[in-house]
Design a protein around this ligand. Structure first.
Ligand SMILES: NC(=O)c1ccc[n+]([C@@H]2O[C@H](COP(=O)([O-])OP(=O)(O)OC[C@H]3O[C@@H](n4cnc5c(N)ncnc54)[C@H](O)[C@@H]3O)[C@@H](O)[C@H]2O)c1
Length: 282
């Protein structure tokens, strides 16, 4: 890379306050790394503390003890909890620059999680539907209201909503079936996951238009098929559905995230960026 590159400094987010909901999860750590590499201040929001503490300590080991990472144990479905975070951040930093709406209930069906409690669509409990919509859609909407209003007043801000390839296509339910397991023990990917991931793209488009002339950009990233310790049978079945023939490494999202939350993507709003190895193309 050239020392006198003219454009790459647009990826610099020095000192920008960047909120990541669900910051203690698998991809939350990758968003945190993107923010740290760009020079920003990650602010992790999660309903449970231990994931955030793990992310914080691992990122500090990788990048240095001087890295500042804020953490808030927060339920994003509660507006008053978000307002408290907003007030604390504004008091300490005076600005909020980026929101990554990343939190969602994301049951690992491929691991045969026994607590899913359903194996057909008609048996899918409305209680789980309500919880999933509350976190994945209502939580994202509330975060956009509370933190987006600050960005609107500042005349600048970026919101990145995390969807999935399942925000564009249906899960292929066949890949979640396990050989040699009785029908009543088979599980399916919940319908709420599809609805939340499709819905978040609608939220992006609405907000992108709403704030288009106010300096607040809103985009969607669709990650897909992250390899994270799934069994061989599942990896083989899903890889067959992907033109590139493999699952993704969580590290493969980091540069795109930094691009999307920085001025490098200054003309992009309302867009859906898909990193799926080609899965939604055929
Ligand atoms: N992992 C994948 O394969 C994959 C693929 C495509 C898209 N995604 C999307 O990426 C995002 C992150 O996925 P992940 O795999 O890191 O999930 P994850 O389950 O590891 O992390 C989600 C985090 O959200 C937190 N959370 C849940 N409810 C909350 C609430 N009410 N308030 C605050 N935090 C709450 C959880 O505690 C958890 O730490 C999700 O939106 C998911 O749909 C994941």
């Amino acid at each position: 890379m050239r020392d006198n590159a003219k454009y790459l400094n647009k990826l610099n987010i020095d000192g920008r306050v960047c909120i990541v909901t669900g910051g203690g999860g698998l991809i939350g750590k990758k968003h945190t790394e993107a923010i740290v590499e760009g020079g920003g201040i990650p602010v992790l929001l999660d309903i449970v503390p231990f994931g955030m503490e793990r992310v914080k300590s691992e990122v500090k080991v990788e990048y240095g003890d001087d890295v500042v990472i804020e953490t808030f144990v927060t339920d994003i479905t509660r507006r008053e909890a978000l307002e408290k975070v907003r007030d604390e951040l504004l008091e300490k930093y005076g600005h909020i620059d980026v929101l990554i709406n990343n939190a969602a209930n994301n049951p690992k069906v491929e691991d045969g999680s026994k607590n899913l409690a359903f194996n057909t669509f008609p048996a899918f409990p409305v209680e789980i539907w309500n919880q999933d919509i509350a976190v994945g859609l209502t939580g994202a909407m509330l975060c956009a209201q509370v933190f987006g209003e600050v960005m609107e007043k500042q005349g600048k801000g970026m919101i990145l909503n995390i969807s999935s390839d399942y925000g564009l296509i249906s899960p292929d339910l066949r890949i979640y079936r396990k050989e040699g397991i009785p029908e009543e023990e088979q599980t399916i990917k919940p319908v709420s996951y599809s609805v939340v991931k499709h819905g978040i793209i609608g939220l992006t488009k609405y907000l992108a238009i709403y704030w288009a002339q106010k300096g607040v950009r809103v985009n969607t990233l669709c990650p897909a098929s992250l390899e994270n310790g799934q069994d061989e049978e599942f990896i083989k079945k899903i890889s067959n559905l992907i033109p590139m023939g493999r699952m993704s490494d969580p590290d493969e999202y980091v540069c795109t995230v930094l691009y999307l939350i920085s001025d490098a993507s200054s003309y992009m709003t309302g867009s859906t960026v898909v990193l799926d190895g080609g899965r939604t193309s055929w």
